[in-house]
Design a protein around this ligand. Structure first.
Ligand code: E4P
Length: 217
């Protein structure tokens, strides 16, 4: 399973990248706004700064909601850097735009996906990634991981190439559950990735080894 970090914060991206296990980055307008990035030029420069930090795919979301606007913005984003994946919302215009980019060989990530039916259209349009939102479904008492499992099964059944990118991951348990149901990618906050390292037996075992190592001096 690939690991993407879900942030526009350069320090966190750098920290995750230094772990050596990072495969890419996802951003969205809310994450960009949180970092205070304003204005087209600053936005594009920020994506370039992210691409400089990591080797993998960097999802950059279009702000337009109409087909023509998405195509115009997506072409600009794709031209910016070879690592950019154009992120497009799962709407009627969005699906049309994904098909346009697929036909041009431009990679896409379809965001705001909350059902198997949406994921079917996303795959048929040829998206590189589909992003079902786990945490936001959990927030409304619907099992987000179950949606990941059902989309993974459907894509395997019909042999679709679109990769299932579990988004809206809120904590470490979500990552473990994504592994169990066979997600291709999980995009996670740094804290959730670091949580994978935590185990009391690792801590106590290391304390013993350190104490015993002193006896070997
Ligand atoms: C990433 O692709 C999504 O935009 C992001 O994971 C959404 O996460 P949230 O539901 O925590 O805002």
């Amino acid at each position: 399973m690939k690991f993407f970090i879900d942030t526009a914060n350069l320090a966190q991206i750098k920290e995750a990248n230094e772990l050596g296990v990072l495969d890419g980055v996802t951003t969205n307008p809310s994450l960009m706004a949180k970092e205070g990035i304003k204005g087209k030029e600053n936005v594009l420069n920020h994506y370039l700064a992210i691409c400089d930090l990591v080797d993998g795919d960097v999802s950059a979301e279009v702000l337009a909601t109409d087909y023509e606007g998405m195509v115009k913005e997506g072409l600009e984003l794709a031209k910016l850097h070879k690592q950019i994946v154009v992120k497009i919302p799962c709407t009627k215009d969005g699906i049309k735009a994904i098909k346009f980019f697929t036909d041009k060989g431009i990679r896409t990530n379809c965001t705001l996906v909350f059902s198997v039916g949406q994921a079917l259209l996303v795959a048929k349009a040829g998206a590189t990634y589909v992003s079902p939102f786990v945490g936001r479904l959990d927030d409304i008492s619907t099992d987000g991981i179950d949606l990941i499992a059902r989309i993974v099964d459907m894509y395997r059944e019909y042999d679709f190439d679109t990769q299932v990118l579990a988004a809206s991951i809120r904590h470490t348990m979500h990552i473990n559950q994504c592994v169990e149901v066979g997600a291709d990618v999980a995009t996670c906050p740094l804290s959730a990735i670091e949580g994978l390292l935590k185990h009391p037996l690792t801590d106590s075992g290391l304390a013993t080894f350190i104490a015993d190592a002193k006896k070997m001096d």
